[in-house]
Ligand binder design. Structure first.
Ligand code: HBI
Length: 374
């Protein structure tokens, strides 16, 4: 239960998580870390935060922040939209946790100044006009389906300025991209320790699923005979099995899905990190996590990573889908200054920088809302 904000500039915010998995499971992919980072950044600026997420969610280090509360909701997890095609309709399973989460929000909304939606699903966008409190939407992926594009576009028409994205290249995948608010992303860089002397290994980090292109990284390290450590939740077991069957003697080591603290310690030991997106990655949180530890990034010049990696400064951008290009770039990792990587993260992707951008976005939405309800 939150009390009316002690001072008007601080907000009471209801953060609605992704319904695809509990926070801390890794099934929600980048949006889990994004939600936690935004919650931390806003609470550090005095705002009161309640996070609504599927049963089994954990906040780890955030739970000791006084202004953050977690509400767990029971229900059926939402199927991922990742493998939908343009015509896939909006899906709602029986006893959907998504519906239960937003039913809870309906009941408590007057205790808050506004809601922030992190789900890439039809329902929260459709419900925006049914709520008396304004809803800000942080869209976590590029354009995937017609039904989602339509829901987001309708929300933008009714509530201009309420759609946030992570990168320009992500925004440009939508017809309405120029009307989206670009927020970048931000991380608690104190959680990432700079390491200057790496071991001769490279890393690949992400949900293990076809759109992440892990097979190309495996093919590249096989060519170089360089050990590849793989971190992330196995989102598509058949895809992972197929890679192991196709490359039985590749020098790969699956390390599981680690907490941020464990991941950054392992990542920092690596000569570099490889990113092989097969789709327009909206951002690429792991690229920031790597450079924050001083680890240069080799990435396909596609999607968010192409906007994050500074070619020749924080890593190398490679022609998309070129395995030989990956191998050449991996061989040149030692030409990158690891200190420059850490410095770049501090300049552009700190929690403070993100907190400022998000707070300004929310205040602009509130101003619009107050003008509308007069
Ligand atoms: N699928 N239906 C659905 N809803 C989400 O919120 C969602 C998803 N797939 C992936 C995903 N979120 C996140 O991994 C990305 O947004 C980062």
């Amino acid at each position: 239960m939150f009390f009316p904000s002690p001072n008007p500039s601080t907000l009471r915010l209801l953060l609605m998580s992704t319904p695809v998995g509990p926070l801390g499971s890794g099934l929600g992919g980048g949006v889990e870390l994004t939600l936690k980072n935004i919650a931390q950044a806003l609470s550090q600026r005095g705002h009161q935060i309640q996070i609504v997420a599927p049963q089994g969610s954990i906040l780890n280090d955030l739970s000791d922040l006084p202004l953050i509360e977690l509400i767990e909701i029971d229900g059926t997890l939402q199927p991922t939209a990742q493998n939908h095609d343009r015509q896939t309709p909006a899906l709602i399973p029986e006893h959907a946790v998504l519906g239960e989460m937003w039913n809870y929000a309906r009941h408590v909304q007057t205790e808050f100044d506004m809601l922030i939606n992190f789900a890439y699903d039809w329902l929260p966008f459709y419900l925006s006009s049914w709520f008396e409190r304004p809803v800000a939407h942080l869209v976590s992926m590029g354009s995937l389906t017609d039904v989602m594009d339509g829901a987001i576009a309708k929300t933008l028409d009714a509530f201009p300025g309420t759609i946030g994205v992570h990168s320009r290249v992500q925004a440009e995948t939508f017809a309405f991209g120029d009307r989206c608010r670009c927020l970048g992303n931000g991380f608690d860089l104190s959680q990432y320790q700079f390491q200057s002397n790496p071991d001769p290994i490279v890393a690949w980090v992400g949900r293990i699923a076809p759109e992440k292109g892990l097979e190309d990284a495996v093919a590249a390290v096989k060519q170089l005979d360089t050990p590849l450590h793989i971190f992330g939740a196995i989102s598509d077991a058949a895809y992972w099995q197929d890679i192991q069957d196709r490359y039985p003697d590749a020098p790969i080591h699956y390390r599981g899905f680690l907490s941020t603290d464990e991941l950054q310690a392992e990542l920092g030991r690596c000569r570099g990190m490889i990113m092989t997106p097969k789709w327009v990655e909206a951002f690429g949180n792991v690229a920031i996590e790597a450079i924050a530890c001083g680890v240069p990034v080799v990435a396909y010049g596609r999607g968010g990573p192409a906007e994050i990696v500074e070619h020749g400064v924080t890593g190398w951008l490679v022609e998309p889908d070129s395995v030989s290009g990956l191998a050449e770039a991996i061989a040149r990792l030692d030409e990158i200054d690891r200190h420059a990587c850490r410095h770049h993260a501090e300049q552009h992707y700190s929690l403070e920088a993100m907190g400022e951008r998000v707070e300004a976005w929310l205040n602009d939405i509130l101003t619009q809302h107050q003008l509308r309800i007069r």
